[in-house]
Design a protein around this ligand. Structure first.
Ligand code: GDP
Ligand code: GDP
Length: 442
């Protein structure tokens, strides 16, 4: 469900101007509720990278101004009750009025989540004028100018923060510190997945595991790794009985791998170093990227590799040429059979997981954007300039950046790639898929 953000305030503070500034399309829904003489407008909007339904309660002002109750009725009140967030707008230039104070008192009593927005705070002195609104007891005012498009970045950010973390692609919030990391071990048949799992389980403290004699199909496997954290194996499909795999010799089941990828947070892709990274391995890696999962490559059978330098070089070449979207992906050479190097796997998985979860502050993010734009300005689209204004990070898991600007959504693919690559470099995020959302603003 997309959250509803309602714009509220007395007449002429600039609600409609703000609405039009934030809305992606101008869809006016005529509200035929008796007593509401002005339209209540609703439009989809993307604020701080979150898709929301934006509601303008301009109709409110036509209600009898004598009592607060009078102002809060009909569809506007209904809109407020359904709000996930209220943007309460005051006019920084005219100063507070009794109507502002009455609305504020009502909002405080209703304990609705509110952001206080001081509009018309453009230019010098704007921010200072906005501070007066602090008196309303609704937190720090966010100084903006809807008409001159100033301060909107801070507003976007505040909205994103107030709405909280959206459910991520992995379907869960990461707030429980002892929640097991969901790990998938995937790869071609015979790459050494089962051997690797057994070695991991042999070295680490198993919490639950398959009973002897059972296949690993649909059996929960959970253990504590060397770093002390819990790990749950989600990929049981890839661990099925040998006989069944050999039926489909060298045939990877995309469907079962995909199921594991969807459930996992981090994917260990086991690659047979004797064979090198081939098309099937790349396909799995790309699927993981598409699903937004962090990936670590376990470069297995390292014990049996003769020319290690050449083998490693070959792998790096393939990764550079064919997996650019996961640049810098971590590779752990190991031997599942002898156990050598296996102790390095889980710390690498944890480090990659941390990057996948990492959040970056708006200040840092916008410094990155500025330097990226300076080094390589966006190309014109159809002869018209694309002006990128600011960036936010609406979510992690995987890291997602939203960049706002005029005609931003029209930027060509290679420029998008440039942005993602410089972001990856600036914040050192190897092996983690990065999502870029480009949002046009007017
Ligand atoms: P509403 O009645 O709250 O919906 O307010 P409107 O959006 O219709 O704006 C009321 C008036 O304030 C209009 O004349 C706008 O042009 C003006 N206005 C809106 N935002 C700003 C702003 O940021 N700065 C200034 N100086 N004027 C603004
Ligand atoms: P799976 O199909 O991916 O689960 O692969 P298995 O774990 O069943 O291993 C396939 C084959 O590779 C078996 O014959 C293993 O003994 C062998 N193997 C697995 N890991 C290693 C390793 O680290 N070194 C060597 N030399 N052989 C390995």
């Amino acid at each position: 469900m997309t959250p509803t953000v309602v714009i509220l305030g007395r007449p002429n503070v600039g609600k409609s101007t703000l609405f039009n500034r934030l809305a992606q399309r101008r869809i006016a829904i005529v509200d035929d509720t008796p007593g509401v003489t002005r339209d209540r407008k609703e439009a989809p909007a993307c604020i701080g990278g979150r898709d929301v339904t934006l509601v303008d309660t301009a109709g409110l002002e036509e209600a009898p101004p004598d009592t607060v109750a009078g102002r809060m009725r009909s569809s506007s009140e209904a809109a407020l009750r359904a709000a996930d967030l209220v943007l309460f707008v005051v006019d920084a230039r005219s100063g507070l009025t009794p109507a502002d104070r009455a609305f504020a008192a009502w909002l405080r009593r209703a304990s609705l989540p509110v952001l206080l927005v001081a509009n018309k705070a453009e230019g010098r002195g704007g921010a200072a004028a906005a501070m007066e609104a602090f008196e309303l007891g609704l937190g720090d005012p966010i100084a903006i100018s809807s008409e001159h498009n100033e301060g909107l970045g801070a507003l976007h950010e505040a909205v994103a923060e107030a709405l909280g973390e959206p459910p991520d692609e992995a379907g869960e919030k990461a707030d429980d510190p002892d929640r097991p990391l969901r790990l998938a071990i995937v790869g071609r048949p015979n790459a050494g997945k089962s051997t690797l799992l057994n070695t991991l389980l042999g070295e680490e403290r198993m919490i639950t595991g398959p009973e002897p004699g059972l296949t690993r199909d649909s059996v929960a496997v959970e253990w504590r790794d060397g770093t002390g954290g819990r790990v749950r194996l989600v990929d049981t499909a890839g661990m099925r009985k040998k006989a069944r795999v050999q039926d489909r010799l060298e045939q990877m089941s995309v469907a079962s791998t995909l199921g594991a990828l969807k459930e996992a947070e981090v994917v260990v892709l086991v690659v047979d170093a004797l064979l090198g990274m081939d098309e099937q391995d790349l396909r799995i890696a790309r699927l993981a990227e598409r699903e937004g999962r962090a990936v670590v490559i376990a470069f297995n059978k390292w014990d049996a590799v003769e020319d290690r330098a050449a083998t490693r070089r070959q792998l790096d070449d393939v990764l550079t040429a064919s997996l650019a979207q996961m640049k810098g992906i971590s590779v752990v050479p190991l031997s599942a059979a002898t156990g050598r190097g296996v102790d390095r796997l889980m710390p690498t998985v944890r480090a990659t997981y941390a990057l996948w979860n990492k959040r970056i502050g708006t200040g840092e993010l916008n410094r990155w954007l500025e330097s990226a734009l300076t080094r390589h300005p966006p190309p014109a689209v159809d002869g018209r300039r694309v002006k990128l204004r600011y960036a936010t990070m609406p979510k992690a898991r995987p890291p997602t950046i939203a960049v706002f600007g005029t005609r931003a959504e029209e930027l060509p693919e290679d420029y998008r790639r440039y942005l993602v690559n410089t972001f990856r470099e600036a914040f050192a995020m190897p092996g983690v898929p990065i999502r870029l959302q480009l949002r046009g603003t007017r």
